[in-house]
Design a protein around this ligand. Structure first.
Ligand code: 5GP
Length: 120
């Protein structure tokens, strides 16, 4: 972690079920599972099942646009499923300054408490 080496990540093992995760949504393109270190009563991640160059949001190209839209839509649907009717935070950490630690694109969805702004 700490830099984008392009190497496989722990998320590949979650996708392939080599390591367990609490999966709360899955379709052909996306997987949502609970964060192992939750920053709120609800904290889940939405990831593409195929990384396809998307180590981070900053690597997005034109070809990724439909997938990016899908991931955002999945985030909203699963937030609803999780009962976050009062709102939630969606975050993508990118690169060293963004405190990204896993280099496989992922959306954080955090809710169930009052969020603050600005973030730290
Ligand atoms: P980042 O810092 O890259 O934005 O977020 C990576 C997230 O992945 C962190 O919130 C971290 O807790 C979570 N995470 C790291 N390893 C695992 C794991 O093995 N299982 C699950 N469920 N979450 C993980």
């Amino acid at each position: 972690s700490g830099a984008d080496s392009g190497a496989p990540t722990i998320f590949d093992k979650i996708i392939s079920k080599e390591i367990p995760a609490q999966v709360i949504y899955e379709d052909d393109q996306a997987l949502a599972f609970r964060d192992i270190s939750p920053q709120g009563p609800v904290h889940f991640l939405v990831i593409p099942k195929v990384r396809n160059g998307l180590t981070g949001l900053s690597k997005a190209t034109e070809e990724h646009k439909p997938l990016l839209g899908h991931l955002l839509y999945v985030a909203a649907q699963v937030a609803k499923q999780e009962g976050l009717a009062k709102g939630y935070r969606v975050t993508i950490n990118d690169g060293p300054d963004g405190s990204q630690s896993v280099y496989h694109l992922h959306l954080h969805i955090i809710g169930g408490r009052q969020m603050t702004w600005p973030p730290g």
